[in-house]
Design a protein. Structure first.
Length: 445
């Protein structure tokens, strides 16, 4: 009788060992796994089945899905709680089914980067014995939930192909994903940002093609948001949530576009609000029923998959784009030859854009193009959101204004006034030459 009340079973090296513990009064109705975890914790010198995982330098969003994808290959994850966030680190707790699983995970991921050069993992044993989870979302998640939908989602997250570690190997592309299963995180740097969905990106790394965008200003709408996102990838659909103000779902055509948007636009300040962009657990944006109407009168849901403004729809178009971080200098192009700086400034002013401090325009054989400099990157972002793809007519000719980021930190000219004076002088000389030619005088002679 005493044997059955007090025995505890643990595994060591693949053998089943049974012994009587003087510290535990264990009966048949008690929780054997809890007793095992407590006893094993004492025997492993402070090890615990709950880990404290701090993510340092969190440049990209960290959610329970991200943490689960990292931790689940090393043991069964029971619960995850993200309990503190700031600009320096994200503090999380991860509960495993056993101390052995927690030890394996700690040894495998401690000191590694989730993404190259950032989101560094600092893993320690926690003193907590269990985690309390009341809802399943991006902040907390209970993977023991018996709800079939939750269970299915959990199984999907445990697929080895959805590993989110950087893969630096030059040959790890596309279908080679399966060769990297079970591989621990790489500690080296990579030129790639957050991982891609399985769209042939480097290493076959994974990120959902649907993004959640938080912190949108009330003046923002799908068209303005598209004007920013289209510089980094093709957008299929944008849906502003009517029940939750300031939030939108964005469906990118492929994971590489979502990767670039996360890398370059997350935390960007647009129209007075700072954007917070993160991957979504949804695989597509579903549109149903009549679209809602936003405060500015535009529709809350728009489809862009057939838009002629997509910049990556063909290899030829994609090759013309440079993906760079936003700066205070914008590149404009595709305007007709007849327009000048004054027309462009008036156009921006009429649309409520910030006034550029400098402007440089040159004319090719087919169009007018140039650079615009603003006081800040925020003003340049506002202008891109509002003015990109503006259309109209000038002197009987249709025009289309296209905008892109340059990555430049300074203008190649001193200031706008000097540029305008030189353009005006050149314009006067051209008119004088045309007048002389009409009068029969050979100006070149």
């Amino acid at each position: 009788k005493q044997w059955y009340q007090r025995r505890v079973a643990i595994t060591a090296g693949g053998f089943l060992i049974r012994f009587i513990s003087p510290d535990l009064n264990y009966g048949p109705a008690q929780d054997l796994p809890s007793a095992m975890a407590a006893l094993t914790s004492k025997s492993t010198g402070g090890a615990n089945h709950v880990l404290e995982v701090d993510i340092l330098k969190p440049m990209y969003p960290v959610t329970t899905e991200v943490i689960h994808t990292i931790a689940s290959p090393h043991g069964r994850v029971l619960r995850i709680v993200i309990h503190n966030r700031n600009d320096q680190k994200v503090e999380t707790l991860v509960e495993f089914d056993s101390v052995m699983s927690a030890e394996n995970c700690k040894e495998a991921i401690n000191g590694a980067d989730i993404y190259a050069g950032c989101c560094t993992l600092d893993v320690k044993y926690s003193k907590a014995q269990s985690l309390n989870v009341f809802k399943n979302d991006d902040e907390t998640f209970d993977y023991t939930d018996v709800n079939p939908a939750v269970a299915a989602n959990s199984r999907k997250r445990e697929e080895p192909e959805e590993r989110m570690y950087n893969n630096d190997g030059p040959d790890n592309r596309g279908d080679n994903r399966g060769d990297n299963r079970g591989e621990r995180p790489r500690r080296g740097r990579s030129d790639h940002g957050p991982p891609h969905r399985n769209m042939g990106g480097p290493g076959g790394q994974y990120v959902p093609a649907v993004l959640m965008v938080h912190g949108l200003d009330p003046s923002m709408n799908p068209g303005k948001l598209f004007n920013l996102l289209c510089m980094y990838g093709d957008v299929n659909k944008i849906k502003f949530l009517m029940t939750k103000k300031g939030i939108a779902m964005v469906e990118m055509k492929e994971g590489r576009g979502a990767d670039s948007v996360l890398r370059f636009l997350n935390r960007a300040k647009v129209l007075g609000s700072s954007l917070s962009i993160s991957p979504s657990k949804h695989r597509e944006v579903v549109l149903f029923g009549p679209p809602g109407i936003l405060e500015d009168g535009s529709e809350a849901c728009q489809v862009f998959s057939g838009s002629r403004f997509l910049r990556y729809s063909t290899e030829k178009k994609a090759s013309k784009n440079r993906q760079v971080e936003p700066t205070k200098i914008l590149h404009f192009f595709a305007l007709p030859l007849e327009v000048d700086e004054d027309f462009l400034l008036k156009l921006l002013e009429d649309k409520g854009c910030p006034t550029p401090t400098s402007i440089s325009m040159h004319k090719s054989e087919v169009c007018s193009a140039g650079l615009l400099e603003f006081d800040s990157t925020e003003e340049a972002l506002d202008t891109a959101a509002i003015a990109n793809h503006l259309q109209g007519s000038h002197q009987g000719n249709r025009y289309l204004l296209k905008i892109a980021f340059t990555g430049k930190k300074s203008m190649p000219i001193d200031n706008y006034e000097e540029s305008r004076e030189s353009r005006q002088t050149a314009s006067k000389d051209a008119k004088s030459k045309e007048k002389d030619e009409k009068s029969g005088r050979n100006f070149d002679d």
